[in-house]
Design a binder for this molecule. Structure first.
Ligand code: PEP
Length: 255
């Protein structure tokens, strides 16, 4: 269960949230919890989360290690503060900051090489979905293939994809559980075609887009959905803790 705080929270707010989340995450056996914090409070979240079940994650990074790249943060810098995961290719980065598939693929490769867990986001706009009978898949399969081309024989467990239909992010309009399963099941099938069954079963694939405590259960119940990447509903500690607890109920009911 992954919280994406986006451009929210001061250091003090991040400390208070993390302190309150730590015991709730510790109780959620079998659920991996990640908090993707802004750079300004990331080292503090990582310090507090050390030796805990919470993974401190970055929302972005640059694929070069150092140099004249004003405003960017590199993988060694993230490693220096104890970051364990990074979002790569969030649709807001792709759409607002012009990140194309090549840049996203290079970022994903650098993160995997550093043994940081990437959360690679893919998804289509409403226009792309409606442009042709299989508009969703034309976009999403291309995004997945381009990332996979750049990776050097990764283990399935070293990768996380997040299917995030752009029309459902921050809009309150959630994809139906069947839409989520359709896209995520097809991503898993494509990964099988590329890397084989064991590889594809090892990759965790999340759903993201207006996930909340009252809809997470039916989304998590879908066969190929391994978790959720959550923006708005992760900002309040209580709501995110409820999502973590809901994920644990799914893990329990799966046996
Ligand atoms: C996101 O930012 O990845 C996201 C899914 O946001 P929201 O939950 O607010 O739709």
């Amino acid at each position: 269960m992954a919280a994406n705080w986006k451009m929210n929270k001061t250091v003090r707010e991040a400390q208070e949230y993390t302190a309150a989340l730590l015991p709730r995450a510790a109780d959620a056996e079998g659920v991996e919890v990640a908090v993707f914090a802004p750079f300004t409070c990331l080292s503090e979240v990582a310090r507090m989360a050390e030796d805990s079940p919470i993974i401190a994650g970055a929302q972005n990074l640059y694929f070069e290690d150092s140099g004249a790249f004003t405003g960017e943060v590199s993988v060694p810098m993230l490693q220096d503060v104890g970051v364990g995961a990074a979002i790569v290719g969030h649709s807001e980065r792709r759409e607002l900051f012009c990140e194309d598939d090549d840049v996203v693929a290079r970022k994903a490769a650098r993160v995997v090489e550093a043994r940081i867990l990437p959360v690679i986001c893919v998804g289509e706009t409403k226009e792309e979905r409606e442009a042709s009978p299989d508009g969703m898949w034309e976009k999403v399969s291309g995004q997945v293939r381009r990332v996979m081309e750049e990776l050097d024989n990764p283990g399935g467990g070293s990768l996380v994809f997040a299917y995030e239909p752009i029309w459902a992010i921050g809009t309150g309009e959630t994809a139906t559980p069947e839409d989520a399963q359709d896209a995520i099941g097809r991503i898993r099938d494509l990964l099988k075609e590329i890397g084989g069954d064991d590889f594809a079963e090892g990759v965790r694939i999340l759903y993201g887009g207006s996930v909340k405590p009252d809809n997470v259960g039916e989304i998590m119940a879908q066969r190929d959905v391994d978790g959720a990447l959550v923006g708005g509903a992760s900002l309040e500690l209580e709501s995110f803790a409820q999502l973590v607890e809901a994920a644990q109920r799914t893990v329990r009911s799966d046996g």
